[in-house]
Design a protein around this ligand. Structure first.
Ligand SMILES: Cc1ncc(COP(=O)(O)OP(=O)(O)O)c(N)n1
Ligand code: 3NM
Ligand code: MG
Length: 207
C-alpha cells in the first residue's frame, strides 16, 4: 500500500466548505493527499453520504485517496478507498471484515499497546495523537508530544500518521519522531490560502 503522507480531515464546523478546501489541497498535493471525510456525530447518514460521494469524485479526478471516518456503511456505499476507526467505533477486526481485505483501514492509537493490537486486528496505518493541543476536537486526552509518536512508531511496522495541532512548523519534529505523515483539520481549513498551506505542509513533509 502506498499511503499519502498528507491527510486532510474535513472540518465539521457549520458554515464551512470542506469541498472547497479539498479542491484547493488536491490541486497542489494530488495523489500525496488522503482526504478523510469526517462529519459531526449529529449529521445524518444522508448528509455524510452526499459529502463523501462528492469527495470520492473529487479525489478520483486527482488520483488521491478518499477515506470515511467512523461510518463504514457510508464508505462502502460511496466506493471510498477505506475508512478510519477509533475507540468509539467498530473494533478494527470487525471493521476489516466489513470493508474487506483490499480496503485501506486506519485506526486511532495513542500508546504502543493499543497500536500493536490495532495492527494485529488489521489496521493498515495508525492515527496517533493528539500530538499537540488542538481546539478542533473536544474531550481529547493530553497531548502525547513527539515522544509519544516515537513510542508508537517504534512499536509497529505500519505508517504512523500524527494528528492534533499539526502545523507546517511542527512537521519536522513529528517526522523526526517517526511519523510517516500528518493529518490536519485547522492547518488547511483555517488557512487564508489553503493551496499555499498545502504546499507548505508538503514541503515540510519532504514531498
Ligand atoms: C488520522 C486520524 N487519526 C485519528 C483520528 C481520530 O479518530 P477517532 O478517535 O475515532 O475520533 P473521531 O475522529 O471519530 O472523532 C482520525 N479521525 N483520523
Ligand atoms: C479529529 C481529531 N482526532 C484527534 C485525535 O487525537 O484523535 S485530534 C483531531 C482534530 C485535529 O484537528 P487539528 O488539525 O485542527 O488540530
Ligand atoms: Mg471515530
Amino acid at each position: 500500500m502506498s499511503l499519502g503522507r498528507l491527510h486532510l480531515v474535513t472540518d465539521t464546523r457549520p458554515g464551512r466548505d470542506p469541498l472547497a478546501v479539498a479542491r484547493a489541497a488536491l490541486g497542489v498535493a494530488g495523489r500525496e493527499l488522503v482526504v478523510q471525510v469526517r462529519v459531526e456525530d449529529s449529521a445524518t447518514d444522508r448528509e455524510a453520504y452526499e459529502l463523501a460521494g462528492r469527495m470520492v469524485e473529487l479525489c478520483a479526478s486527482a488520483g488521491a485517496t478518499c477515506l470515511v471516518n467512523d461510518r463504514l456503511h457510508v464508505a462502502l456505499a460511496v466506493g471510498a478507498a477505506g475508512a478510519h476507526v477509533g475507540a468509539d467505533d467498530l473494533p478494527v477486526d470487525a471493521a476489516r471484515r466489513v470493508l474487506g481485505p483490499a480496503a485501506v483501514l486506519g485506526a486511532t492509537a495513542r500508546a504502543p499497546g493499543t497500536a500493536r493490537a490495532a495492527v494485529a486486528a488489521g489496521a493498515d496505518y495508525l492515527g496517533v495523537g493528539p500530538c499537540h493541543a488542538t481546539g478542533t476536537k473536544a474531550g481529547l486526552p493530553p497531548p502525547i508530544g513527539p515522544a509519544g509518536v516515537t513510542a508508537v512508531a517504534d512499536a509497529v511496522p505500519v505508517p504512523v500518521v500524527a494528528i492534533g495541532g499539526v502545523t507546517a512548523d511542527r512537521v519536522a519534529g513529528l517526522r523526526g519522531a517517526g511519523a510517516y505523515g500528518v493529518a490536519v483539520v485547522a492547518a488547511l481549513a483555517d488557512a487564508a490560502d489553503p493551496a499555499r498551506a498545502t504546499a507548505e505542509l508538503l514541503a515540510a513533509l519532504g514531498c
